[in-house]
Design a protein around this ligand. Sequence first.
Ligand code: NOJ
Length: 761
Amino acid sequence: MGEKASVAVWKDDKAKMDAFITDLMAKMTLDEKIGQLDLQSGIMANTGSLVNYEYEDWVAEGKVGSIFNNFTYERAYPLQKRAVEESRLGIPIIIGHDIIHGHKTIFPQSLGEVASWDLEVARLGAEIAAKEATADGIMWTFAPMADLVRDPRWGRVSEAPGEDVYLATKMSVARVQGFQGDDLASPTTMAATAKHFVGYGLSQGGRDYHSTDISEHELWTQQMPPFKAMVDAGVATFMTSFNDLNGIPASGSKYLLTDVLRDQWGFEGFVVTDYTAVNELVPHGYARDDKHAAEIAFNAGADMDMVGKSYMDYMAELVEEGKVSMEKIDHSVRLILEMKWRLGLFEDPYRYFDKERADRDILTAENLELARDAARKSAVLLKNDNAALPLALDDINSIALIGPLADNKKDMIGNWAGAGDRRKQPVSLKEGLEARLGDNVTINYAQGATYAHLHAEGDTSPHVGIRSVGRDVIGKPAHAKMIKEAVKAAKKSDVIVLAIGEEQRMSGEAASRVEITLPGTQRELMEELKKLGKPMVGVLFSGRPNDLSWEHQNLDAILHAWYPGTSGGHAISDLLVGDFSPSGKLPMTFPRSVGQIPLYYNMKNTGRPYNAENPNQRQEHYKSRYDDSPNSPLYAFGHGLSYADFQYGEVKLSSDHLKMDGELTVSVDVTNAGKHAGEEVVQLYTRQMVGSVTRPVQELKGFQKVNFAAGETKTITFTLTAEDLSFYRADMSWGAEAGDFQVMVGTASDNVQRLPFKLVD
Ligand code: NOJ
């Protein structure tokens, strides 16, 4: 390749890498260096409001070092070719994409996958996603998102790891391991991104991109740990977050991007901003103009600018004016070139384009089966009265399958669905049930309702959301006809299975809602069907906790399927007919109403904790409570039922105290007293009764997902040490405090046995 940047053998030779990059950088002009700091979006997906259509030429001119949103061989390969053949130094580009829960074989929506409480499900999902994406030329993903969330109005909860820091940390690390494997250089693994750093998950009012105000203690205890754990796990890159955090937008925060991430945690990869987040320092009121924004963000530690072009346009001037140092430019360029080295791009820029492997590795029967298994393990049985589930196939001749998500492929794969096909590939619930039931049971299908908002003539109601206008809105007559057809189908059937929920684009980015009840005409449909007095089973498809108060009162059973992915219809059918038992547990609290938000299990006790059990409720008047709602959620964190019948024996502790350098063993016998086999997630929580700062009433410290045959008993054992009880104390030092604790073990955060113990010096 002559002058071009290439190396024959690369791999783990750091000295060789350093020498190669030093040599390459010596040849680079300032503009070429700045080019490495720029990331542009292609046009295959639209994940932000700005696209610079000249990006292809910029790649050829060496002005752009990486691209995303061009996720097919046909679109990405020619770009790599232009970078290598046309740019002066032939430096290959990194090709990224939001591979969030699958590339083409789509696994359950991220929040759903977390509901599996199965780290292997998360790891494997990421591993398969990387295997597929890398065969199509993509070597960098913008995942995992590790933002803790407490507000189901926020659409991005669908992409989040839930509300608990322990579970989120474990899941995020498992995903990094899945994407990156042991070796970034392997052609089947990709660079992962820890995002969004940090605080985005607490956007005020659940409105996307809104500000956050998080106390130092809360930030370090709740939001930081998953990110720190991903650094320790070797995550390749970090993404800044959009939000203003305590007065400083995260994308311009030197404290976050340099003091914490580099100096304190020793992160060695590069930092990319979120989409146009540098330019957004201007409307934030933190920078005067784009040039000022570039100066702030870059000096804060944001190495790469996503789409906004402010580095491209102003960095040379900033260097000339002495506002940005050449050392800093060189440092960032080196980090980016190192990633290109580690990905093996200097040896072979096309090593991730492999048509043969794409044919062999993408959408294979094995991947589809793994996705089916993941979907089965992610679904959460929220309610099951009158043994409504599994469907009693011996007694049932006909099922009314009703709802906007029944004969529906496009929503099954959820939002952020990589390169997933929505039209043909996904298995709908109707197809899944038909395949499983064959001719034995008649399925009477009717759509029955729409999940879009009902549009009456002249309706200017704010509830007709922007997205619905002119698209899916239906008129009242069409709506009445739909219900009539559904009632007819239901009358002919032994049981009603409702496929209800939200359209996939009602969660995800820029998809916040002020109401989290089921949208459109679904409630009216259910009210009509309820009058028939037949068993009603709800299968819920959505990317967030919904307000299911009505459904809880009126349906016999509710199975939350999330968006189950490409094999979704099969997976959910497997559960409905009882071939497998549901085993998911909620990673987020489901409130009774939107008015309770934020509602999360690991809250503080307050000075006036309300006791709903007190028979003398007069004594409870001046307590922390609502006049018009219980405090408790509809479904608690960790809740999830099974067809098995798990009975917990007495929880035993090895001692009534734990020494600072010792261990405490917590054990319990769990028996499956039911007729179905099933998996149970045994959960362990603790509470520190008195602390140098107030402590949550419950904190998850361990869980085990265990398989039980019918009738089987197993002893489940956890070991607690002082490290498990450590936290950021009043002086912000990390450690445990001697004193009184409780340990709680059980099947859900609101269904535990409690035992006291002491932590002693
Ligand atoms: C904006 C989102 O916040 C981020 O998560 C995503 O990776 C980028 N857009 C790129 O699509």
